[in-house]
Design a binder for this molecule. Structure first.
Ligand code: MG
Length: 221
């Protein structure tokens, strides 16, 4: 455990990323419902909210809803006539996420489906393109999500991608048996060289251990 990193995370969260009632409820009820504790921490919720808000978005797409915690942060970045469509593969997760985002029902649309296979089939005519896309689903599917996301993006779309430094592995040289970490590092190479994107990985501090992770921030050329 890195105590100094934890202190820095708590310091930033305390001053800059306080949760309101809806966010607190989503966090606590996700844990009580037996969800893994893997949604974005509050300070990264605030970061994706602000990055999204810079675009004055009308349309946001999220891939990987889980309990709707990051959905709530992103919904706040929308203009009043905006909409966030969030795709979740697990119907049980989607149902709980709907209850967590009920106060924002006019802005939030949670759909069940596999965004890695055919994202377009989960959207209605006119819903794409999106101003902001947040990817935070199955790590092994990140390449597929990105390809699908680019199909519903335009020049200027901001694509945010969570968890790009895998836990507990040598950087850029993970144990090949760790399929998830291997997939993320392979994805990062693809991201760095992608001809349609300008990208940076922004380091973040996550988890009770205070480990370093990264949020990818990509702009579609
Ligand atoms: Mg994540």
């Amino acid at each position: 455990m890195d105590d100094r990193n934890c202190s820095i995370k708590d310091y930033i969260t305390g001053y800059f990323a306080q949760e309101d009632h809806a966010l607190k409820h989503a966090h606590e009820n996700s844990l009580a419902s037996g969800f893994p504790d893997i949604h974005v921490p509050a300070h990264i919720g605030k970061l994706i909210y602000l990055l999204a808000k810079l675009k004055s978005p009308k349309k946001i797409l999220e891939i990987g809803t889980l309990g709707g915690y990051s959905t709530l942060w992103l919904a706040r970045a929308l203009s009043p006539d905006g909409k966030i469509i969030s795709i979740e593969i697990d119907p049980a997760h989607a149902q709980i996420a709907k209850s967590h985002t009920a106060d924002f029902a006019s802005l939030v649309d949670i759909r069940i489906g596999n965004a890695a296979k055919s994202l377009a089939s989960l959207l209605h005519p006119g819903e794409a393109p999106f101003d902001v896309i947040f990817i935070d689903g199955e790590k092994a599917e990140y390449s597929a999500y990105l390809e699908q996301a680019l199909g519903v993006a335009l020049s200027g779309t901001v694509i945010l991608i969570d968890n790009l430094i895998p836990k507990g592995e040598a950087v850029d040289n993970p144990n090949p048996r760790n399929k998830e970490a291997s997939a993320v590092y392979t994805f990062n190479r693809e991201l760095a060289a992608h001809p349609k994107l300008e990208t940076i990985l922004c380091t973040t501090i996550v988890g009770a251990s205070g480990r370093i992770d990264a949020l990818g921030i990509a702009l579609v050329k």
